[in-house]
Design a protein around this ligand. Structure first.
Ligand SMILES: Nc1ncnc2c1ncn2[C@@H]1O[C@H](COP(=O)(O)OP(=O)(O)O)[C@@H](O)[C@H]1O
Ligand SMILES: [Mg+2]
Length: 233
C-alpha cells in the first residue's frame, strides 16, 4: 500500500501577509496572519469570510503571485517538496506547469489568441498533439455552453460570464494535484453553475486537492467538505 497517499499535498504553516502602501504614508494593511492549513488529495477546502478578509490574497500567495511576509507553503511536487514562499522563479513555474492549477477571478485576456487555443495550449504544453488538444478543448467548451461560433475568436469581446467559463475550461482541461479556485461561479447562470460543480467533483474524484472561494452557499455545500474561515483585520 502507498502510505504517502493520504499525506497533505499542501501544508501551510504560520503564513502571514501584509501590504505596505508606500504611496499612502506607509500604511500597513494586514491581509492575514499566522495561518495553518493542510489539504490532502481528494479534499475540497472552502475559504470563507467577508469581503476583504484576505481570501483572494491567500490564494495568490499559495500560487506565489504574492510573497508572504512569513511562514511556509510546502507543496508536494512529483517526488519532491517545494516551499512556494521561498521557491525560485524557475521552481514556481515548474509547480504551476504540472502540480498547481489556478482559476483566477477574471480571465487575463491574451490579444489575438482564440479561446479554443487558450484552452488547448494547456494540453499542448504537456506534449499533446495540436489536433487532439483542440478536440478536447472543444468538448469542454461545449460542456460549458460556449457557442461553437465563438471558439475561434479571442475572448476580449466576450461577456463576463463567457470569459469566466473560458478561464474555467483552461483550469480543468487537465489534471492538477492541487487546484485553486477564486469564485469560479460568481457570474454564471444556474446551468453553468451545475456544470462547474460537476467539474469540481470530477477533479476531486481524480485526486485533486481543491482550495476554493465560493461566494454561493449552495455551491460551497455541494463541493466542499471543510470550511476555513478568515477574519477581517
Ligand atoms: N495588491 C494589494 N495592495 C494593497 N492591499 C491589497 C492588495 N491586495 C489586497 N489588498 C488588501 O488586502 C485585504 C484582503 O483583500 P482580498 O484578499 O482581495 O479579500 P477577499 O478576497 O477576502 O475579499 C483588503 O483589505 C485589500 O484591500
Ligand atoms: Mg476575493
Amino acid at each position: 500500500m502507498d502510505t504517502t497517499v493520504n499525506e497533505p499535498v499542501l501544508s501551510v504553516r504560520g503564513l502571514s501577509k501584509s501590504f505596505t502602501l508606500h504611496t499612502q504614508g506607509g500604511t500597513v494593511i494586514e491581509a492575514f496572519a499566522d495561518l495553518d492549513i493542510a489539504v490532502r488529495p481528494g479534499e475540497c477546502l472552502a475559504l470563507h469570510g467577508p469581503s476583504g478578509a484576505g481570501k483572494s490574497t491567500l490564494l495568490r500567495a499559495l500560487y506565489a503571485n504574492y510573497k508572504p511576509c512569513s511562514g511556509s507553503i510546502i507543496v508536494k511536487h512529483g517526488n519532491s517538496q517545494v516551499d512556494m514562499a521561498t521557491a525560485s522563479p524557475r521552481a514556481v513555474l515548474s509547480v504551476r506547469h504540472s502540480t498547481m492549477g489556478y482559476v483566477s477571478q477574471f480571465l487575463r485576456v491574451i490579444p489575438r489568441v482564440s479561446c479554443l487555443d487558450i484552452v488547448a495550449e494547456r494540453l499542448s504544453l504537456h506534449g499533446e498533439k495540436d489536433d487532439a488538444a483542440r478536440e478536447k478543448a472543444g468538448e469542454l467548451l461545449a460542456r460549458l455552453r460556449i457557442p461553437k461560433g465563438l471558439w475561434n475568436l479571442a475572448p476580449a469581446t466576450f461577456s463576463g460570464g463567457e470569459q469566466q467559463r473560458v478561464n474555467i475550461a483552461r483550469g480543468f482541461i487537465r489534471h492538477y494535484p492541487i487546484l485553486l479556485l477564486d469564485e469560479p461561479t460568481a457570474s454564471l447562470d444556474a446551468a453553468n453553475r451545475e456544470t462547474v460543480v460537476a467539474l469540481i467533483r470530477e477533479a476531486r474524484s481524480a485526486g485533486s486537492a481543491v482550495i476554493g472561494i465560493f461566494h454561493d452557499e449552495a455551491v460551497r455545500d455541494a463541493v466542499a467538505d471543510r470550511v476555513f474561515t478568515l477574519r477581517p483585520h
